[in-house]
Design a protein around this ligand. Structure first.
Ligand SMILES: C[S@@+](CC[C@H](N)C(=O)[O-])C[C@H]1O[C@@H](n2cnc3c(N)ncnc32)[C@H](O)[C@@H]1O
Length: 317
């Protein structure tokens, strides 16, 4: 019924290992899964740690419906909340929780969202241009394509798609919408293809990938939301608590890296050979820099290919 086809959680064992010390050192451990999705990571964590409770957030009502079903055997230890993850502090405060033991972010879209053609995330399947993770609110990709000015379209496609041919694509989008020829994912994929010179199309996979990524980011305000959420997550972990983040594209990973770099820096003036009292950093990196999935994992789960994993631990108040 609600069980979706096999979904393999990315770097599951590694995420569990990274969160374990924080969970095992707590008498009543609480973890936030900020991107519950189909509940893959949450379920494995709850099965592994019998005392663990998880607060799972997702902005997608369909994901929540599926996760609720997938988590039926552990449902008494999970609180599922329909929320955008930049509401994390509010979600915790509402439940009287000041600090948690661990937080996990597995960013981006889920396999379910990609597989459901009608959601409009996949350039390979014809569907309406929606791309909203939360279909109960906000502008769809088509709304954006139909209402943004040429300059705004260039900005979105260039900045969020890192697309060299953004001006040509935006130009062709404006022409197609004026001619009433832009309605579906296929229309958009064809416009992008026609906007990119043939030699450039031969490398780097499907040429529509970057424009679809850009629109998805704009529709869901993904980078702004993440920029607000990561500092909330950092301040919500207790001493000894851990924050684990998996990002699948460089713009998101940069946001995570920047936020982590800021909090692991000592607050002493640069150049002092020792830390002044009370100025040592309150956080340390658990992984130096970032980690990728193993070759074996990428072979069995191609989604893990672009994943960058980062982890942080709180060491002082
Ligand atoms: C990659 S999936 C998570 C998969 C999950 N770890 C599992 O194993 O089933 C990402 C999920 O995060 C949700 N999501 C993405 N951005 C979000 C945001 N800003 N706030 C809340 N949920 C978000 C998506 O709707 C999607 O269900």
């Amino acid at each position: 019924m609600m069980q979706e086809k096999l979904h393999i959680p990315v770097s599951l064992e590694r995420c569990i290992a990274l969160l374990s010390p924080a969970i095992e050192s707590s008498t009543n451990p609480v973890v936030v899964d900020a991107t519950l999705g189909l509940g893959g990571h949450t379920k494995a964590l709850l099965l592994k740690f019998p005392k663990l409770k998880i607060i799972g957030l997702d902005r997608d009502l369909k994901a929540i419906e599926i996760a609720t079903s997938n988590l039926s055997e552990v449902i008494d230890r999970v609180v599922i909340v329909h929320a955008v993850y930049d509401e994390l502090s509010v979600v915790l405060a509402k439940r009287g929780i000041t600090k948690v033991d661990g937080i996990l972010f597995d960013l981006g879209v889920s396999s379910m969202q990609l597989d459901q053609a009608e959601r409009g995330f996949a350039y390979s399947q014809e569907a309406p241009l929606d791309m909203r993770m939360d279909q109960s609110s906000g502008l769809s990709a088509l709304d954006i394509l139909n209402t943004y000015s040429y300059a705004e379209l260039v900005r979105v496609i260039r900045n969020y798609g890192e697309e060299k041919f953004a001006t040509k694509i935006a130009d062709n989008i404006v022409k197609a919408r004026e001619a009433g020829k832009l309605r579906t994912t296929k229309d958009l994929a064809d416009i992008v293809k026609a906007s990119i010179p043939a030699p450039a199309r031969r490398t780097g996979g499907n040429p529509a990938k970057r424009t679809f990524q850009a629109l998805r980011i704009e529709v869901n305000q993904e980078l702004d939301v993440l920029t607000r959420a990561i500092p909330q997550a950092i301040s919500s972990i207790r001493i000894g608590g851990r924050l684990v983040v998996m990002a699948y594209q460089s713009l998101e990973d940069k946001i995570v890296k920047k936020a982590f770099t800021q909090v692991i820096a000592s607050k002493s003036p640069i150049g002092l050979p020792f830390d002044l009292p009370n100025s040592a950093a309150s956080y340390k990196l658990v992984i130096n820099g970032s980690e990728s999935a193993t070759k074996e994992e990428i072979e069995s789960n191609p989604r893990a290919q672009s994943m960058r994993l980062r982890a942080l631990e709180r060491v002082a108040a």
